[in-house]
Design a protein around this ligand. Structure first.
Ligand code: ADE
Length: 278
């Protein structure tokens, strides 16, 4: 899998040389290149922004350097044949467009599900906007060569796309087979099944008058699984009730339904529905 990142602050992306993502790069599991947008400018001042048409505060990123950068990146990494496209007789094989991700607080929200989806792509290009954003025509024009997605990290505003790219590359990169040493650790983590992760403990079993829950020391795997499931449900109900609202609970066991009931939910048509008065 290949990642390209375009930014006016390439140094911002230096942490991608560290830890699991850095190791995955040296192991050849993923290729990642960072490009300085200013190197695609033509003028002496290496200008990347200008005032907004229609007025208003701030500056807007100019289209020309972005077009040059995106054209060069697409040309340097020709798309792989599209395995999903039906072959037409005599025609050149259809090519899968790379995906262009434009981080923006005005984008669709980045979720674990989107991370899984993007981890299945061959080539992701990230365009880090700064100031008030990138001239909208760049995104329209780029759709000829790229599948374009505007993606938000959450409902708050950052100074630019770089921090969002660090988060997204890490979340996507760790899903590439081989990047995380023990693939089991991807299974029981927050958001993998629509719930938050259960609490975890390590040695010592007693610390500052606080004991690890006894069941975790029991060696009884059935009881441990039950304890963890219950705490996943409790934690999700307390911290992220919006996740419970979205969950398909039609396959929940009697025990899980009892926990939901205790937490103030009834199961109706396969959904956890809040009981009134709770
Ligand atoms: N750029 C500025 N704010 C952002 C956000 N919340 N998500 C992604 N990119 C951004």
């Amino acid at each position: 899998m290949r990642f390209d990142v375009v930014s006016i602050f390439p140094e911002y992306l230096a942490p991608l040389e560290l830890s699991l993502i850095g190791k995955a790069r040296t192991d050849g599991l993923l290729e990642l290149a960072v490009h300085d947008l200013r190197s695609y400018t033509q003028d002496r001042h290496r200008t990347v922004d200008d005032t907004p048409y229609g007025g208003g505060a701030g500056m807007v990123m100019k289209p020309e350097p972005w077009a040059q950068a995106l054209e060069d990146i697409a040309a340097a990494a020709p798309p792989a044949p599209d395995k999903a496209a039906a072959p037409s007789p005599g025609a050149a094989p259809a090519r899968k467009k790379p995906t262009l991700i434009v981080p923006s607080p005005a984008g669709e929200v980045f979720t674990q599900q989107l991370a899984y989806e993007l981890a299945g792509e061959d080539h992701l290009v990230f365009a880090c906007g700064r100031y008030e954003g990138i001239d909208e025509r760049v995104l329209e024009w780029a759709a000829e060569q790229y599948t374009v997605r505007s993606v938000s990290l959450g409902d708050y505003v950052l100074n630019g796309g770089e921090v969002a790219v660090l988060a997204m590359v890490e979340a996507i990169g760790r899903l590439i087979p081989g990047v995380v040493g023990n693939p089991e650790s991807l299974v029981e983590e927050s958001h993998s099944d629509g719930l938050l992760e259960y609490p975890v403990y390590t040695k010592p079993s007693s610390w500052r008058d606080r004991d690890v829950p006894e069941v975790l020391l029991s060696g009884n795997h059935g009881k441990i699984a039950k304890f963890r499931r219950e705490h996943q449900l409790r934690r999700t109900a307390a911290r992220r009730p919006d996740l419970l609202d979205k969950l398909d609970v039609s396959n929940f066991s009697k025990t899980e339904r009892n926990v939901l009931w205790e937490l103030g939910y009834a199961v109706v048509d396969g959904r956890a529905v809040r009981r009134t008065g709770k």
